[in-house]
Design a protein around this ligand. Sequence first.
Ligand SMILES: NC(=O)c1ccc[n+]([C@@H]2O[C@H](COP(=O)([O-])OP(=O)(O)OC[C@H]3O[C@@H](n4cnc5c(N)ncnc54)[C@H](OP(=O)(O)O)[C@@H]3O)[C@@H](O)[C@H]2O)c1
Length: 230
Amino acid sequence: MAPKIAVIVGPTGGIGSAVAEAVTASGTYDRVVGLGRQSEPRLDLLDEQTIEACADQLKVVEGEVRLVFDASGALTLDGSRPEKSLREIDPSHLARSYAVNTIGPALLMKHFFPLFPREGRFVFATLSARVGSIGDNRLGGWYAYRAAKAGLNQIVRTAAIELSRRNPEALAVALHPGTVKTPLTETFAKSGLEVQEPEVAARRLLDVVNGLSPAETGCFFDHLGKPIAW
Ligand SMILES: NC(=O)c1ccc[n+]([C@@H]2O[C@H](COP(=O)([O-])OP(=O)(O)OC[C@H]3O[C@@H](n4cnc5c(N)ncnc54)[C@H](OP(=O)(O)O)[C@@H]3O)[C@@H](O)[C@H]2O)c1
């Protein structure tokens, strides 16, 4: 049997580093590859050529990619905090949030999906956020981040349909990690919410990924495996 490869995008992040450790410790994969702005080859979501170059590199690694876990993303960009009201909308902040949170993962799917095996289980999981749910939006605010994650959710759903035509056992899902103690939440986590350590969130997210059936492709789940409204 071909060696099994897991790819973690964003292995330097709070959640990404814990996911990379948990995937390695599980012993399920023969090789765990971390790709990000500090890896070699480098992967920058804002630079399509780096994503293509990483995909090309994976093509020559012996084995089959069976998991891609995308733990990248950003809430605060270049010091711009999330908007509290419409008057704070800034076109360049909105565009940058889309570039990192929506377009970057879309390019990952574009260049990585052709690598995936045509038979057998494969999972592409990307970290979205509950605040990207339109049906669940009761608080308002955070325009750019919410819209960018909603856009990501639509791309996951659309790509999942294409992916399952290629391999009926392959899945693409959007996941909400819960509130996790990482640099991203440092100044935002509200009291009263359960704030998880990254190791706990990583374990829960991997349990969700491992428990998914092909019929659940194209869906949006939280860290406990509960579906979230689009
Ligand atoms: N923490 C939470 O409570 C929470 C809640 C809901 C959703 N999420 C989502 O979970 C994901 C991970 O969050 P986190 O809390 O782990 O955040 P984090 O600690 O800030 O990690 C973010 C990761 O994204 C990478 N990244 C950012 N811009 C990039 C780019 N242009 N190219 C390549 N990589 C880039 C970072 O790489 P560098 O090291 O190179 O910057 C880092 O590895 C995000 O999508 C976030 O929206 C988190």
